[in-house]
Ligand binder design. Structure first.
Ligand code: AMP
Length: 210
């Protein structure tokens, strides 16, 4: 199954992508994680992306389209994939169509703006393996340490309150129109994000079958 997860920053796309990845054994592909890795490795692409990410803006379409084109051509995507954080603009969605990528389902995880800020302020990430946690809703077994790989968890710079508002504005202006785009194709499924991760996961799994 070829899936897209849509939703505002902090809506829980990454967590649900991990759950679907375990359930269906298909890779979860996060353009945000790929970009953060490029920044950590000091690559040319990372250097180009950093200022946009730190400012809560989107990285230029051609950069992320290039990343996705390369990633979807890898063997592990043959039986399906989950896109987490791509597409984020109409031109990115059109680029997927032009690549001949058939999308089966788009799951949009909806969380009201008021709840986003508190969710993002508690978010902690592992820069080594990409796992995400929340100090309150999804705490690691040992505080501040990744359950998966033992690396120290950090707070993303763009999760700081001053950048969150910019990211939400960017989401409403540039990403939300994708709901209409996929609704018209008849493949949009809406999931209301719940307080508890497992409740959202139950709704997400249901949306895979509806
Ligand atoms: P995320 O981890 O998905 O929240 O992404 C973190 C940041 O990476 C975003 O705020 C953007 O600056 C950048 N980014 C990730 N995916 C995309 C995309 N599809 N298009 C443009 N910028 C992106």
């Amino acid at each position: 199954m070829n899936l897209i997860l849509l939703g505002a920053p902090g809506a829980g796309k990454g967590t649900q992508a991990e759950k679907i990845c375990e359930k269906l054994s298909i890779p979860a592909i996060s353009t945000g994680n790929i970009l953060r890795e490029a920044i950590a490795n000091g690559t040319e692409m990372g250097l180009k992306a950093k200022s946009f990410i730190d400012a809560g803006k989107l990285v230029p379409d051609e950069v992320v389209i290039g990343i996705i084109n390369e990633r979807l051509n890898k063997d592990d995507c043959r039986n399906g994939f989950i896109l987490d954080g791509f597409p984020r603009t109409i031109p990115q969605a059109e680029a997927l169509d032009e690549m001949g990528v058939q999308i089966d389902r788009v799951i949009d995880i909806e969380v009201p703006d008021e709840k986003i800020a508190s969710r993002l302020s508690g978010r902690r990430v592992c820069l080594k393996c990409g796992a995400t946690y929340h100090t309150e809703f999804k705490a690691p077994v040992t505080e501040g340490i990744c359950d998966v790989c033992g690396e120290k968890l950090v707070q993303r710079k763009d999760d700081m309150p001053e950048t969150v508002l910019d990211r939400l504005n960017t989401y409403h202006e540039q990403t939300e129109p994708l709901k209409d785009y996929y609704e018209k194709k008849g493949i949009l499924h809406i999931v209301e994000g719940q307080e508890k991760v497992e409740d959202t996961t139950a709704l997400t799994f249901k949306a895979l079958e509806d």
